[in-house]
Design a protein around this ligand. Structure first.
Ligand code: ZN
Length: 832
């Protein structure tokens, strides 16, 4: 098969997000921009931790103003963030945020790389981060990315010197960059990437600082700036019709899942870069000072520069194809250069400029969005030359599909569309389409990728390539396109999607965590979906010991591709506490399938098919509870109501307008969702009602809120002060401060084992001060931090109980953590 190399893609500015999936069709002014870039031989690599950390102003400035080859190395794919556009979280959110970064780079002109590190959630300190990530492996990936991209300048987003003042991932990204800078030139360090890409020493390492890192604008004014490089990044680019600030905002606005829409700015804007390592720049206004970034950087390069600079000076905007003869002279000279890093990059760039100048359009379109391995696929080729350039299509080759052997080399005459269909039944693709880093099971901190060639790449590249072997003005030039799928939407018009290979059958258990709080059986729906017409077989559920599934297997029959059926299984739990996974297994003929298909479809990123193991966690909890009917006031959104229903509570969700004395008196407890006091303005006027309800004998349980932007400070009958205190280590020891307190004893006896198996963190935004009426129940802390006692506070008020907790029940209950359920049931049972 083909060797996968990171694409040396040509620069383009793609302004409309709706067309992010459309092929690039550069205007004359954009080709001019590409030519300016062809004439700059320098590279910059920006390093930070997450999608959205990157300063798009600086990336756009490097790519569009300086015309440098610019890339952003994001250590993670942002799997741990929140999703404001849909239900995907964790790894699936990482898929969306990867695509958002690619969309951002298509907009600002950069390239995108990653390491295998997983964004496992918030960490306070880089020490914790680097332990969970496996520091050596992430450093190895950073070193490999630098050796492959070969930047002259590396720019860190974060300060490596202030651990503990920001997200641990942020500081860790800067620390890794500092360390990597000293290792990349050493051929004894990480020899695997030395063999592949050679060693490399960047000229300097800078830190993209700002007044924020100095504490205030006043402090920054007074600070010593002798080590700061200062660049003006507010320029306007006539060829693109946009200012740098406008491009930066368009790029930043691609982070839609994080709600980072941003409005463009115009006018001057200074960026500061603190010198950290390497050669100090004498000209403190030039990031590339002391680096030859012209064609004379290469042996025999000067003559190429003379030709291409002249073309840039006298660019033919009216008819770019008239520049092809001069471009060809430069192309020939580049081909004669000794093999090396810049030669392959510049050859690819000039090739794409020649193609753009000739208005050459090449495409390989599948007749279906997806087929099964070796499935019935028809690919139609379109090739058209829209200039007077002399172009011949010599052959069309592909490792995955054949074209008629009768094909003869053909001239592509101006505006004469050439089409060709692939030979029937020749598609040989067998690899399922799914993001490469999700193919194998990783750890909490690291993705596992066996195929070393893929590590660092943003996504699978050219999985289904078709190569057009052309002769343009007598020179052999090959252009490879990936097979794509497109269709006409009555509203959106032409819609492009990636072409995929998918299994004949996929299956799923829609409920991902199933809680059994008694010996009772439950009927569980399982879905089976056809990946082709007329498919039938059997489906079984694999399960842990002690659990009973009935029936043992079931038959299914589906007649249409895409059709889905729901099949019911009865699950009986064991008598004692137990947990494990249910996995579906579908048998068709002699093939077995165990994947679930997840389709991610948003306007701002290309359509994605993701195949994950089809499974659900099953948990049998020994749990007692008092009370039955819970009122739930929704905050920023969490799945606590669904979790409570699973253990037998009746839950009624209350709109703010429904919170009145009469409505809530019937509930055994009222639970307030996460960040309700941050996001629901009406809460300011409802507190009196909640307090009265408690006074009369009710229980109110309030989950975490952040201390900023509270709609009211009076969120309890007694005074309480929220803070930033959090415990991010989910394994940290929990001290029981009040062993005899009701919430630790009735109806469930809580012990240290109930704090085992928690996920992501213990809790966040704990109160730091509270009135003496509150009893702190638990103590906990992260390594090297003082103990927090504010994670769970209980107070009597009148005849009832008020509870404030920053414990992250909103993560633990949906993840099926037994101990969290038992403790939550006790909180709801208090006083009953
Ligand atoms: Zn971040």
């Amino acid at each position: 098969m083909h060797k996968i190399i990171p694409s040396v893609f040509i620069f383009f500015i793609c302004i409309s997000s709706l067309f992010a999936q459309q092929p690039n069709k550069p205007k004359a002014s954009e080709i001019f921009h590409d030519l300016q870039k062809l004439n700059f031989l320098g590279s910059a690599l920006y390093i930070a931790a997450h999608p959205d950390d990157e300063n798009t102003r600086l990336i756009s400035f490097l790519a569009n103003d300086i015309h440098a080859r610019t890339a952003y190395l994001s250590i993670t794919r942002g799997d741990g963030g929140q999703n404001l556009v849909g239900p995907e979280i964790r790894e699936l959110l990482g898929v969306i945020r990867t695509q958002e970064l690619l969309a951002a780079r298509r907009t600002d002109g950069g390239q995108q790389f990653f390491t295998r590190a997983n964004d496992f959630g918030y960490s306070k300190h880089p020490d914790e981060t680097l332990e969970i990530w496996n520091k050596d492996e992430v450093l190895k990936d950073v070193v490999m990315n630098i050796r492959r991209f070969k930047p002259d300048v590396i720019v860190n987003r974060f300060n490596h010197r202030n651990p503990g003042t920001t997200h641990g991932h942020h500081t860790a990204s800067a620390m890794l960059s500092m360390e990597a800078f000293d290792l990349v030139g050493n051929n004894t360090m990480y020899p695997e990437s030395v063999n592949e890409f050679g060693t490399w020493q960047p000229k300097r390492l800078l830190f993209n600082t700002s007044w924020w890192f100095y504490g205030s604008k006043e402090k920054f004014e007074k600070a010593d700036k002798s080590k700061l490089v200062e660049v003006e990044t507010g320029n306007y680019y006539p060829a693109l019709g946009l200012s740098n600030g406008e491009i930066a905002s368009l790029s930043r606005s691609m982070h839609k899942s994080q709600g980072f829409g941003s409005t463009g700015t115009r006018g001057s804007q200074t960026e500061y870069l603190e010198f950290l390592k390497g050669d100090f720049p004498e000209n403190k206004k030039d990031i590339f000072d002391g680096i030859n970034t012209t064609w004379s950087r290469l042996e025999n390069g000067q003559a190429i520069g003379v030709i291409l600079k002249a073309l840039e000076e006298n660019f033919n905007f009216k008819n770019p194809s008239q520049m092809i003869p001069e471009l060809m002279k430069a192309f020939d000279l580049i081909k004669e250069l000794p093999n090396g890093h810049w030669k392959s990059i510049k050859l690819e760039e000039i090739k794409n400029i020649i193609v753009s100048c000739s208005g050459l359009f090449l495409e390989a379109v599948a007749n279906e969005q997806n087929v099964n391995p070796k499935g019935d696929l028809k690919v139609t080729i379109e090739a058209i030359n829209r200039s007077n350039a002399n172009i011949q299509l010599g052959s069309i080759t592909s490792p995955c599909i054949a074209f008629p052997v009768s094909f003869k080399a053909t001239d592509l005459d101006k505006d004469e569309k050439y089409t060709l269909e692939s030979t029937e039944n020749t598609f040989s693709g067998t690899n399922f389409s799914t993001p490469y880093w999700l193919k194998e099971k990783g750890t909490i901190g690291m993705y596992h990728v066996s195929n070393k060639e893929l590590i660092g790449l943003p996504e699978n590249e050219h999985e289904f390539p078709v190569t057009f072997n052309l002769a343009i003005e007598g020179r052999n030039i090959s252009i490879t396109k990936n097979i794509i799928y497109k269709y006409n939407d009555p509203v959106a018009g032409e819609v492009y999607q990636p072409f995929d290979v998918l299994p004949e059958v996929t299956s799923s258990i829609p409920e991902k965590v199933l809680i059994f709080s008694s010996n009772d059986s439950k009927q569980i729906p399982v879905k089976v979906r056809a990946g082709k017409d007329n498919v039938s077989g059997t489906i079984t559920l694999q399960h842990p010991k002690g659990w009973l599934i009935s029936p043992d297997h079931q038959l299914f029959e589906l007649s249409k591709k895409g059709e889905e059926k729901t099949i019911l299984f009865t699950i009986t739990p064991p008598k004692n506490q137990s947990e494990g996974y249910l996995k579906t297994l579908v048998n068709v003929g002699d093939q077995f399938y165990n994947k679930e298909l997840i389709q991610i479809d948003y306007d701002h990123v290309p359509y994605q098919s993701v195949l994950l193991d089809s499974e659900a966690k099953i948990v049998r909890i020994n749990i007692q509870k008092k009370g039955e009917h819970i009122g739930y006031i929704k905050g920023a959104g969490d799945a606590i109501p669904e979790s409570l229903k699973q253990i037998g509570y009746k839950v009624t969700t209350l709109l703010p307008s429904e919170i009145n004395n009469k409505n809530i008196e019937k509930f055994d407890a009222v639970v307030v969702g996460i960040r309700a006091y941050n996001t629901v303005p009406e809460m300011e006027f409802k507190q009196e009602i909640l307090n009265q309800y408690v006074f009369n004998g009710g229980t109110v349980l309030v989950q975490y809120n952040t201390r900023h932007r509270l709609v009211t400070k009076d969120l309890a009958p007694y005074s309480i002060t929220l803070s930033k205190e959090r415990v991010t280590d989910e394994f940290s020891e929990v001290t029981i401060l009040e062993p005899n307190h009701e919430v630790l004893n009735k109806p469930n006896k809580i012990s240290s084992t109930d704090f085992e198996g928690w996920v992501q963190e213990r809790g966040l935004y704990f109160p730091s001060e509270w009135a003496s009426e509150f009893t702190p129940i638990l103590g906990m802390n992260d390594k090297a931090y003082p103990e927090s006692k504010g994670s769970l506070l209980v107070a009597n008020y009148g005849k009832g109980h008020y509870i404030y907790t920053g414990l992250s029940f909103f993560r633990e209950l949906p993840a099926g953590v037994s101990g969290a359920y038992r403790l939550f049931a006790n909180l709801l049972s208090i006083g009953k």
